[in-house]
Design a protein around this ligand. Structure first.
Ligand code: FE2
Ligand code: FE2
Length: 198
């Protein structure tokens, strides 16, 4: 980890402070994942002519709130003006949508593009900015990921970012449906937007 730093933090906090804070929020495995997402986001940013520093930071902090305890999430949803319907979901959905609140509050990040990308990284959305897509896809294909189809996902995403978003949504929905898991409505809408082949 000694070789990991952030060139720009988009926050009054320094790179060292952001990294230390993030490390204190999660286990070592999740921390490694966040570094993998950051590095993959940089690669995707270069390929898509996007700000590499913003991609590096957003990739790194995307799962900042992933391991926050359930009661704290529930309290934050109730007290910070989130849609109460979110209480019917779980951490898998919360850590993006509600996680964005912790990014603002704890890491002092105000850049709306960064906040939106963190918000959308778990569900996808009908409208997605380049940064949204970079983080969404980097999360799925970072080097630590190992699932049937990951090589294909990498190939598709590095060739065409939008196609990478579509591949990921189709793969994720198929997985959720096979588990008979509840699907967040926005993810279905995102699937229709990005994954359907005409
Ligand atoms: Fe996540
Ligand atoms: Fe992640």
């Amino acid at each position: 980890m000694a070789d990991f730093s952030l060139p720009e933090t988009f926050s009054p906090l320094t790179s060292e402070q952001i990294i230390a804070k993030e490390k204190s929020m999660m286990d070592a495995r999740r921390f490694e994942h966040c570094i993998g997402v950051s590095r993959t986001a940089v690669k995707l940013a270069k390929l898509n002519h996007y700000d590499v520093n913003k991609a590096a930071l957003t990739g790194f902090i995307h799962d900042y709130a992933k391991q926050i305890p359930v009661p704290i999430y529930q309290q934050t949803i109730r007290e910070q003006g989130f849609d109460p319907d979110l209480l019917n979901y779980n951490r898998a959905i919360w850590h993006g949508i509600v996680g964005s609140w912790f990014i603002k509050h704890d890491l002092k990040i105000t850049d709306p593009e960064i906040i939106t990308a963190v918000k959308r990284h778990t569900t996808g959305d009908v409208t997605m900015t380049t940064l949204d897509k970079i983080v969404f896809v980097a999360d799925f294909i970072e080097p630590g990921r190992d699932f049937p189809g990951v090589e294909e996902a990498r190939k598709v995403a590095y060739a065409d970012l939008d196609a990478g978003v579509g591949y990921e949504l189709a793969h994720t929905l198929a997985f959720l449906i096979a588990q008979r898991a509840k699907i967040y409505p926005k993810t279905l809408l995102a699937y229709n937007q990005w994954a359907v082949k005409n």
